[in-house]
Design a protein around this ligand. Structure first.
Ligand SMILES: Cc1cc2nc3c(=O)[nH]c(=O)nc-3n(C[C@H](O)[C@H](O)[C@H](O)COP(=O)(O)O)c2cc1C
Length: 391
């Protein structure tokens, strides 16, 4: 039997991962310690979302104070540590009002990776000046343009004498809030393939003097082992995937949330304008339709959990809507989802999902090698191609 290749390792500095897959952070409460520890146990990075937002009920009404929410994050990290020795990350939204507090707790808990999304992380907490103390934690911005990657590299080099440990490059097929203008989402010039090439080039240009080489991780619409092979062939050192992890037993959202994916068809995956002023991708439902019709009253928000939330024009509170969805109350909320969410047809364990991805990946590599071999053969010898070709 031909020996099919396994996933290559992903190295982020001195962190060596046997599975080149990062499970994308999913707020509110969709990726907590249960999902994160299961992915870490398989050899990837399991990511806890720090979007534990004011007013939500993740651990009852006690989450309403910042102190309680930070304690909740700390306990989730510790719980995942009890479940696995694998790599745990925290995803922090730069747009969170209390961004630096979540950052501090994640550093204190010594997580392997901190992913910085939903905004440009140009300001880092002062405690990072003590390099030795936190050298273990890799800082990984999530970007949707090469311009953002360049700005982060230049700013960190100047202000903090450091470079990011990696970048996640997130394209327009991702779930949740998107870092694109609405008209860019379907424009092929902004697709992940182009974006990845641009960020690879910029990282090379900007880091050539320092001699640093950092891994670039592709995200957004990556669903199968074949997709993983394709993006790694394009130069990604690994991938970040979120949507495919939602329909696992271990995902921290309610069964009703997962069923929204299983029941969706392609036409149900839509782009919405979130109260944060950004486009986002979600599964359409009556809650979103009624908000669109203007039937939901703007509310007076006492929390101000996201810097960019425009409370005067918001038709609903995004924190509450997402927390309701996590709990399965879809009459009062909605599920964020990537463009491939409708492809899910069953709920499986994370271990089973990784096995499926691995065999898909191995088959894709085998097929690619076979095609390359066939092409070489054709170029070298006169042979007759079978009908339909080798596709
Ligand atoms: C339900 C859901 C919630 C998400 N929440 C966040 C979040 O809180 N922070 C973030 O940086 N990205 C968030 N994302 C984006 C993912 O982390 C990931 O990068 C992206 O969805 C990858 O594309 P895929 O879902 O097609 O695999 C979310 C995605 C989904 C599906």
């Amino acid at each position: 039997m031909y020996n099919l290749p396994h996933f290559p390792k992903l190295n982020i500095g001195d962190l060596e991962l046997s599975l080149p897959i990062i499970q994308g952070g999913m707020g509110v409460g969709v990726s907590l310690s249960s999902l994160a520890s299961a992915v870490a146990e398989e050899g990837g990075v399991g990511v806890i979302s720090a979007a534990i937002i004011n007013g939500v009920e993740s651990v009852g009404s006690s989450t309403k104070s910042l102190k309680a929410r930070l304690e909740f994050l700390r306990q989730e990290i510790r719980r995942s540590r009890r479940l696995t020795d694998g790599a745990i990350g925290v995803n922090i939204l730069v747009a969170l009002t209390d961004y630096e507090d979540y950052f501090r707790v994640s550093l204190e808990e010594g997580v392997e990776c901190i992913f910085l999304g939903a905004g440009l992380p140009l300001k880092l907490p002062e405690m990072l000046a003590d390099r030795g103390a936190f050298a273990h934690t890799k800082l990984i911005p999530i970007v949707s343009s090469a311009r953002a990657a360049r700005l982060i590299i230049k700013t960190w080099a100047k202000k903090y004498l450091r470079v990011p440990d990696a970048f996640v490059v997130e394209g327009p097929l991702a779930g949740g809030h998107l870092g694109f203008k609405p008209e860019q989402i379907d424009d092929p010039a902004f697709d992940l393939e182009h974006l990845l090439a641009d960020v690879l080039r910029v990282a090379k240009e900007e880091l050539v003097d320092s001699g640093a080489r950092i891994p670039i991780i592709a995200a957004g619409g990556i669903y199968s082992g074949g997709d993983i092979d394709r993006f790694m062939e394009l130069g990604a050192a690994g991938v970040q995937m979120a949507t495919r992890f939602v329909t696992t037993y271990e995902c921290d959202a309610s069964l009703r949330f997962k069923l929204a994916y299983l029941e969706a068809g392609p036409e149900d995956i839509v782009i919405i304008k979130s109260p944060l002023g950004l486009p986002g991708r979600a599964v359409e439902n009556e809650f979103l339709r009624s908000a669109e019709r203007g039937e939901r009253a703007p509310r007076n928000c006492p929390w101000k959990c996201m810097k960019s939330c425009d409370q005067r024009s918001a038709r609903y509170c995004i924190a509450e809507a997402l927390e309701n969805a996590r709990l399965g109350k879809l009459d009062e909320g909605f599920t964020f989802a990537g463009s491939n969410a409708y492809r899910a047809d069953t709920i499986i364990s994370v271990a089973e999902l990784v096995r499926t991805l691995s065999s898909e990946y191995r088959l894709a590599v085998f097929r690619r090698m076979l095609v390359a071999y066939w092409e070489r053969l054709k170029a070298g010898r006169r042979i007759i191609e079978p009908q339909g070709g080798l596709t």
